[in-house]
Design a protein around this ligand. Structure first.
Ligand SMILES: C[S@@+](CC[C@H](N)C(=O)[O-])C[C@H]1O[C@@H](n2cnc3c(N)ncnc32)[C@H](O)[C@@H]1O
Length: 296
């Protein structure tokens, strides 16, 4: 099974306590970036650089920007880009965040509503980590295609939150139950947790992108985390830290309670899942899919 992945990182080991929501998003961001790079950043940098060679400024949109880390990085790296980070949850953002070049802005936008930009507004649109919050992802892709300029680049990176064993074994009972609850909860909101594996075909089916978009199929470590160092340095080396693993599951826990699952039952399931994930011989992963498509 590991041979199916372009890249897979061996995690370390043990379980701990929670992070703030901000730190959770930032540590997850660092982990995803480590796994997606160097390819992810290279494709984006090359795309913007090539347009800048023609002496034109570029406009970049980061959808569901969260703490704005990606938007800030791009704005700092590309002085000739104007970067806009949008999020439905304004409070989540880096308030007062600035770029070195004064080319960064944030706005509160719900991308499930009609988009507030004219056709062809952006040279690059980046979407990452919105899967569970978007009720009809293919529709979002169609809407984003409209506001992307011809020749513009759409980057979509999402992971399937169900666990699989990197060794090809069946996942243990509690993790399977947990995954079934996550699937039902997402389905109740119209989200399809298996959509990430379909991103490339949905983009191809939209009929407005160059055929055969670049894509990456990667593994995110989801078990056997490390106690050493902090969640950020662990994430930057491609490891999942105990705090991040636990914080991710607790965040999902809150969603499952809201969906209507019985809280005491879930508490038992969560602690069993954390025990299963801390088995030093287990190696569970989430599947991360990233697609890079050029607008016709
Ligand atoms: C898991 S975070 C990902 C943040 C960032 N993209 C990253 O990769 O680190 C998902 C973000 O999407 C935002 N979001 C969810 N639904 C949204 C919507 N309908 N419109 C805009 N943003 C949304 C959430 O508020 C949250 O900040």
């Amino acid at each position: 099974m590991p041979a199916l992945f372009d890249k897979i990182l061996r995690p370390n080991s043990s379980i701990g306590h929670s992070l703030s929501e901000r730190d959770r998003i930032n540590a997850s961001y660092a982990l995803h970036k480590t796994i997606l790079d160097p390819y992810h950043t290279q494709v984006i940098n090359t795309h913007l650089h090539n347009i800048h060679l023609s002496q034109r400024r570029t406009s970049v949109l980061d959808v569901g920007t969260g703490t704005g880390t990606w938007a800030i990085e791009v704005a700092n790296t590309h002085p000739f880009s104007d970067v806009l980070g949008v999020d439905i949850n304004w409070g989540m953002m880096t308030h007062g965040a600035r770029s070195k070049h004064g080319n960064l802005d944030f706005a509160a936008v719900d991308v499930e509503e009609p988009l507030p930009w004219p056709r062809g507004s952006f040279d690059l649109i980046h979407v990452k980590g919105l899967l569970l919050q978007i009720s009809h992802y293919p529709r979002l892709i169609e809407k984003l295609a409209m506001v992307l300029r011809p020749g513009g680049l759409l980057v979509v990176a999402e992971f399937d939150p169900t666990h699989i064993s990197a060794d090809g074994y069946e996942t243990p009972r509690c993790l399977r139950q947990w995954d079934a609850c996550v699937k039902a909860d997402a389905g109740g909101r119209g989200a399809n947790i298996h959509f990430p594996s379909q991103i490339a075909s949905v983009i191809a089916g939209a009929g407005v992108f160059v055929s055969n978009p670049y894509s990456q199929y990667l593994a995110i470590p989801a078990s056997s985390h490390t106690n050493r160092g902090d969640p950020f340095s662990a994430a930057r080396s491609g490891q999942i830290h105990q705090q991040l693993l636990s914080a991710n599951m607790r965040k999902t826990f809150a969603d499952l309670v809201e969906y209507g699952y019985n809280q005491p039952d879930l508490e038992v399931m969560l602690s069993n899942c954390l025990a299963e994930l801390s088995n030093p011989n287990a190696w569970y992963i989430h599947r991360l899919y990233a697609v890079y498509a050029i607008r016709l």
